[in-house]
Structures are given as structure tokens and as C-alpha cells.
Design a protein around this ligand. Structure first.
Ligand code: PMP
Length: 296
């Protein structure tokens, strides 16, 4: 084991990552039969762990998994792994921190807590130039097939979207339509549009309700910016003044275009996106835009 190796929790043990091994017949690997959640740190401080664990416990419930760990125990395990791994983090870096449960061999669950440094370098350009988005031909998995509200390991719908979109533009982010042709979400990301000073974002029923999505909704309310959760179609996006994406890692990142059509005309970020980014930075105690831009 190298001295610099991160630790992970696996089935009751804390191990160096290279020693944390899972049998190849694990149902998480064989079938994607697993649940997870991921938060991040800001300057080493964990973000909204309580909300992430609530969502995680709901995903477990949806998947009828009962690994017999209380919310407090998940919290303690998460903080233990983070504490062990924080000294390995470079200055100005931060971690993704995840909990995972698979149905294991069908008798015993596989239980994991792990952390991974965020990809600041790869994504920094989006804070300068905005995020180009493309709508792929495939639709987001409809809730009557598998609920997008649970955070499960089976990401094939979103992986297919990425394959299609990135074959056209390797830098572009997919935004999928739902089965009715309304905007839903992208891999790891919720979308918001702004028109005439009013923010709109899709309703919770056909998406994963992001914790950063909720943070953006709360901040809009604090800033007295009108916000509605309602159906958005492509016309709404093409004609928006601004659009942005929220995710745990991105926080709030401006969208520059959809299907090659530029969004807005004010330069990036647009004025309301800019206000929300600044408020988000204030809330987390770190200028996350600068944290990304400093890597350019
Ligand atoms: N949608 C999907 C499909 C996701 O995987 C994620 C990432 N968890 C999100 C939206 C954004 O959620 P959050 O803000 O909690 O990262």
C-alpha cells in the first residue's frame, strides 16, 4: 500500500482503496442493482450531508434494500472516511464523498463509503465559456419504467445520452427530454432557465431532485427572484435569456448553448445566474467559481 492511498469503508472494515475488493458476482456489478448518493466538500467541509442521507435512505427504500445502518451510523462512517482522507487532498482541492449499497450476492449487502477528488481541471473551462448542451435522441427513463427520483447505480440511460452527445461534441453535456417531450435533466445535473427575470425548472416527478437544485431554489427565494417548478419544452430553452445547470460538483454553471443555438446575449454568466452563483458561494463559504477558474 502506498502512503498516499485514500481509505474506503467496505462491509465493516476501513481499508486502503486498493485492498477494497468486491466479488465479480456482486449484483451491483452484474445488474446495476445498487443505490448511492454523493455530496462534496467545500474547503474540506461536507455539504448538506443530512439532505443527501435522507435522499439516500429514500433510494434504499425504493429499492427495498435494508442494510441495517441508521442515518447516524451513515453519518459517522461518512465523516470517518472524510477525516482519514482529508490530509491527502491538495490545497484548493475538494472531495466527492459517496455512500453506496449493492444487493451484494443476494444474501449480504455490499456497503461502501468512499471519496474522490473533484475534477476541477477538466471542468474549469465551463465557468469561462459556459456549458454547451445537446438534446440526444433517447428520452429520460420514464417514471413508469424506473423512477428517476431514486439515485441508483444503473446509469445506462444517461450513459447512452453521453455517448450520443459526446460523439457530436466531446465537451457537450446531454439534456434529455422526458417521454412527453419536456426537458428533464442530464447526467448528474438539473436544469434551470430564466426568461424576463423569472426562473423555471422542471418539477420533481420526472427527475432526480438535486440537493444543489434545492439550494438554488432556496437562494432564489432569499434573493426574491420569482421561481416556478413547471414543464419546460425546447421552445422555452431556445428563447430563454439565461440557463444554468446545478449539481453537487458544478454547483451552478451557466449553459452557453443548446443544440448549437446560443442562449441569451448578455455574455456569461447572465445577470441572474451571476447573482445566484455569488449567493451560492456565500452559502458554502468558498468562491466555487474561482476554485474552478483558478485551474485554467
Ligand atoms: N440528476 C441526476 C440524474 C443526478 O445523478 C444528479 C447528481 N446526483 C443530479 C440530477 C443533481 O443532484 P445533486 O444536486 O444532488 O448533485
Amino acid at each position: 500500500m502506498s502512503k498516499q492511498e485514500r481509505f474506503t469503508y467496505l462491509n465493516g472494515e476501513i481499508l486502503p482503496e486498493s485492498e477494497a475488493k468486491i466479488p465479480f458476482r456482486d449484483r451491483g456489478f452484474m445488474l446495476g442493482d445498487a443505490v448511492f448518493d454523493t455530496t462534496r466538500t467545500f474547503g474540506g467541509e461536507i455539504f448538506r450531508l443530512d439532505e443527501h442521507l435522507d435522499r439516500f435512505l429514500n433510494s434504499l427504500k425504493y429499492m427495498r434494500m435494508e442494510p441495517n445502518l441508521s442515518k447516524n451510523e451513515w453519518q459517522d462512517l461518512t465523516m470517518k472516511i472524510l477525516e482519514l482522507n482529508l490530509p491527502l487532498l491538495d490545497k484548493n482541492d475538494d472531495y466527492w464523498v459517496s455512500q453506496r449499497v449493492s444487493r451484494g450476492d443476494g444474501k449480504n449487502y455490499t456497503v461502501i463509503v468512499e471519496s474522490l477528488p473533484l475534477p476541477f481541471e477538466q471542468r474549469a473551462k465551463y465557468y469561462k465559456d459556459g456549458l454547451p448542451t445537446i438534446v440526444p435522441s433517447i428520452r429520460r427513463t420514464p417514471p413508469d419504467s424506473m423512477s428517476p427520483r431514486a439515485k441508483v447505480h444503473n446509469y445506462i440511460n444517461l450513459v447512452q445520452a453521453e455517448l450520443e452527445v459526446q460523439s457530436r461534441d466531446p465537451d457537450a453535456w446531454p439534456i434529455l427530454l422526458d417521454s412527453n417531450g419536456n426537458i428533464s435533466e442530464g447526467p448528474g445535473a438539473n436544469i434551470f432557465i430564466i426568461k424576463n427575470g423569472v426562473i423555471t425548472t422542471p418539477k420533481e416527478q420526472k427527475i432526480l431532485a438535486g440537493i444543489s437544485r434545492q439550494a438554488a431554489i432556496d437562494l432564489a427565494q432569499e434573493l426574491s427572484i420569482e421561481l416556478h417548478e413547471e414543464d419546460i419544452d425546447l421552445f422555452d430553452v431556445y428563447t430563454a435569456d439565461e440557463a444554468f445547470i446545478t449539481s453537487t460538483s458544478f454547483c451552478i454553471v451557466p449553459v452557453s448553448s443548446i443544440n448549437g443555438a446560443e442562449i441569451g446575449s448578455t455574455g456569461l454568466p447572465g445577470p441572474i445566474t451571476d447573482r445566484l452563483q455569488k449567493a451560492y458561494s456565500g452559502m458554502v463559504g468558498i468562491d466555487f467559481v474561482e476554485q474552478y477558474l483558478s485551474r485554467l
